[in-house]
Design a protein around this ligand. Structure first.
Ligand code: 5GP
Length: 203
């Protein structure tokens, strides 16, 4: 049976919502890949260039903007973050679902450019729990944590613009909700044209 194109999935979660752990589980499934974004922020301990991000200088980032190589980009907490077109389209053609792990401003730009993308927002159980998780991570100063928590509150208020909201209270449940969402999207009648043709052809 002919394979459908992959789906573009916009996956947004404020810092500290456990999206890294969720994505690690999701990416065990080989039908999914995460686009590697470009950023001007410095690598955190353990982060690798080309794996976690393409770490660029501001100058290089601006060169990619001028060359029209970004599907979207945004400034977040004083750094640039962006999705390169080269990270997305060739994989969708091969039937791979591509996840964009991006913040809300970038997500809204994708909504205009790619309205067929699936928009999934991951929320923490509460703002208190989010603050506790960020402190436990220990990678940011109190000042940066306060900035990220206030940013998170603003982002959570935008969650209703997404197609789906998943609360990450228990990892296993959140991951299984994610796969349920994607499966339901794949089974939508509007995506099944090619499948229906095959069914009718095979008498
Ligand atoms: P962090 O610095 O914690 O890795 O990421 C900060 C924020 O930037 C997160 O909300 C993350 O989703 C977002 N982000 C990462 N890559 C991109 C991107 O390519 N485009 C946009 N718009 N946001 C991104």
């Amino acid at each position: 049976m002919k394979m459908n194109k992959g789906r573009l999935i916009v996956f947004s979660a404020p810092s500290g919502c456990g999206k890294g752990t969720m994505l690690a589980e999701i990416l065990k499934n080989e039908r999914f890949r995460c686009s590697v974004s470009a950023t001007t922020r410095s690598p955190r301990e353990g982060e690798l260039d080309g794996i976690n991000y393409h770490f660029l200088t501001r100058e290089d980032f601006e060169r990619h903007i001028a060359a029209g190589e970004f599907l979207e980009y945004a400034e977040y907490c004083k750094n640039f973050y962006g999705t390169l077109v080269s990270e997305v389209d060739s994989y969708l053609e091969k039937g791979i679902n591509v996840i964009l792990e991006i913040e809300v401003q970038g997500a809204m730009k994708i909504k205009q450019k790619r309205p067929d993308a699936i928009f999934v927002f991951i929320a923490p159980p509460s703002i208190g729990e989010l603050t506790r998780r960020l402190r436990k991570r220990g990678t940011e100063s109190d000042e940066v944590i306060a900035e990220r928590v206030s940013q998170a509150a603003g982002e959570i208020a935008m969650a209703e613009k997404y197609d789906y909201v998943i609360v990450n209270d228990a990892l296993e449940d959140a991951v299984s909700d994610f796969f349920a969402v994607i499966r339901a999207e794949e089974l939508k009648a509007v995506c099944s044209g090619e499948i229906i043709n095959e069914v009718l052809k095979n008498a």
